[in-house]
Design a protein around this ligand. Structure first.
Ligand code: IMP
Length: 187
């Protein structure tokens, strides 16, 4: 284990198992919803940079349906709940009108990022927008966000790293999701 890690919350194999289940569930749901139409118009999975990259790479390979990948970057400032403090840093390069969109996020915390993104995308008239989040950190939720697919739930307000999640851009490449030691966090 990495020397800055306090405790592993979800192991590599637990994550792999859950990602497989999510991929199968998502595939079943969109097959039921769209059937043949999927071959003409694949699902558009939009990953949020940079945290969701590793999750989306695995999730896309666990999906059994045609899927296109796209990426956006949203940045937020501090812990404020004002939506004006969230902005789009990298937008999509393709139109999404009439498309079925699955937003893929690493972790939902206050919910600001996803609330902002949902408003932004809905204004472009997609056919549907659903959300898949690897982690749902419930205690700090400030905006109501309905998450359609959740990997794991975090009932405690803990800062986690690994499997794409960072602290100051470090630890994204850890294969598990873990709590950082307090000594590794700058106060
Ligand atoms: P929200 O807008 O407050 O829901 O924040 C979502 C974003 O905050 C995520 O996409 C992460 O980039 C970041 N974040 C929130 N909690 C954690 C954490 O425990 N570890 C790493 N990043 C986090």
């Amino acid at each position: 284990m990495h020397n800055k890690i306090e405790r592993i919350l979800f192991t590599e194999s637990q994550i792999a198992q859950r990602v497989r289940e999510l991929g199968e569930q998502i595939s079943r749901d969109y097959e039921t919803l769209l059937g043949e139409k999927l071959s003409r118009e694949p699902l558009l999975a939009i990953g949020l940079l940079r945290g969701a990259v590793i999750f989306l790479a695995d999730l896309a390979r666990a999906m059994k349906i045609p899927v296109e990948l796209a990426f956006m970057a949203i940045s937020s400032y501090g812990a404020s709940t004002s939506p004006s403090e969230v902005r789009t840093v990298k937008d999509l390069e393709i139109p999404v009108a009439g498309r079925h969109i699955l937003i893929v996020e690493d972790i939902v915390d206050t919910g600001q990022t996803l609330a902002h993104l949902q408003e932004l995308l809905q204004a472009r008239h997609p056919a549907s927008v659903k959300i898949c989040a690897l982690l749902d950190k419930i205690p700090r939720r400030a905006r109501t966000v309905s998450i359609d697919y959740v990997g794991f739930t975090l009932a405690e307000d803990a800062f986690v790293v690994g499997y794409g999640l960072d602290y100051a851009e470090r630890y994204r490449n850890l294969p598990y999701i873990a709590l950082l030691k307090q000594s590794a966090i700058r106060s």
